[in-house]
Design a protein. Structure first.
Length: 348
């Protein structure tokens, strides 16, 4: 049999099929249901029907402020941040062909957190719309450092992960030291920085947060979907991908930029929310297989659902306390990461 035909069939089989379309449809329904339910639950319960009526402008006026001003922006931010982190993780795992990789595990999110905390501490007087740029500067600088430290006659996936874990720990320590030693910083700003490091979407608004993050995702997520087929080709190995006409290094660079930008934009608004970028792609591959044409949208939908549910528990389980959502994603994600390390312990 012609080997090139085999390669072509394998790549084409990675595209969205009927099963993937069904899973995507079910996850969209689950996300919409979660949005309605999460918007209605809180210290004051509002029925799902009333939530839907209020969203469409025909509900009770007394609930409009609670739903439209307080709860719905937070729910929408959970969807945006969760999907961005999940897609960033899926892209990164495809780029380095390592299931242990995610933006928070290898330090990309840590670099974005450092950039954001610097913005909060030193440039709080500047428009918040520039905060994602500060996060991206920290994230891209971190990605470059990880690459330089991990490079030794090439890059091996395990070396990249180990260097990244060390980098993530160092960046976290540096960020906390920066917050603690900034004696000129007002207490409110320091508290905001500490809350950010835990990962929280408390107190978000339409204008300040949703409209800051949304344009980045509107641009980056479609590009990620368009480039999904290049990840499918790269799964076959660099030599095979090059032989069938793929510009491996150029495509990989573009995909890495998209992944880092998505993670940085999400971290700039949602804080250091960990492990969504690690868990969601694994669950997606279990549901739809290895095709990145399906893995990327399914990962995004799973990521948004995970953060929606985590934030729901965070703000309702301990009323009147509002626990950062990052606490619950870490509680689930840390054991999952240990399981993955054990499962892949014999890989070179």
């Amino acid at each position: 049999m012609n080997p090139w035909l085999t390669i072509r069939n394998r790549v084409m089989s990675y595209q969205i099929n009927r099963r993937t379309a069904f899973v995507i449809g079910m996850l969209i329904i689950a996300n919409l249901a979660a949005i309605v339910i999460c918007t209605g639950l809180g210290s004051l319960f509002i029925s799902p029907l009333e939530v839907v009526r209020t969203i469409f402008g025909i509900g009770d006026d007394t609930n409009s402020m609670i739903i439209l001003t307080l709860r719905l922006p937070r729910v929408i931010i959970a969807v945006l941040v969760g999907s961005a982190l999940a897609v960033a993780g899926a892209l990164l795992q495809g780029i380095v062909r390592n299931p242990l990789t995610s933006p928070d595990v290898i330090g990309i999110s840590g670099g974005a957190s450092l950039g954001t905390v610097v913005f909060i501490l030193y440039f709080s007087h500047v428009s918040i719309r520039f905060m994602p740029l500060s996060a991206m500067a920290g994230a891209f600088a971190t990605a470059l450092l990880i690459y330089l430290f991990a490079y030794r006659k090439g890059i091996t996936p395990m070396r990249l992960v180990l260097i990244g874990i060390g980098m993530a720990t160092a960046l976290s320590a540096l960020t906390y030291m920066l917050i603690l030693t900034a004696s000129f910083t007002p207490t409110a700003v320091a508290v905001k920085a500490f809350t950010f490091m835990t990962g929280s979407i408390y107190g978000v608004s339409w204008e300040r947060d949703v409209m800051t993050l949304l344009p980045w995702l509107v641009v980056l997520l479609p590009i990620a979907l368009l480039y999904a087929r290049h990840l499918n080709v790269q799964e076959l190995g660099d030599e095979v991908a090059t032989s069938v006409g793929s510009r491996v290094n150029a495509k990989r660079t573009v995909l890495l930029i998209i992944s880092v930008a998505l993670a940085a934009a999400a971290v700039a608004i949602g804080g250091a929310i960990n492990f969504i970028g690690l868990m969601a792609p694994h669950i997606a591959r279990k549901l739809v297989g290895p095709a990145y044409g399906g893995v990327i949208p399914v990962s995004g939908l799973i990521g948004s659902l995970v953060l929606l549910l985590s934030d729901l528990v965070a703000r309702t389980a301990f009323i009147p306390l509002d626990i950062p959502a990052g606490v619950f994603t870490a509680a689930v994600g840390a054991p999952f990461f240990i399981y993955l390390l054990y499962r892949h312990r014999n890989r070179a």
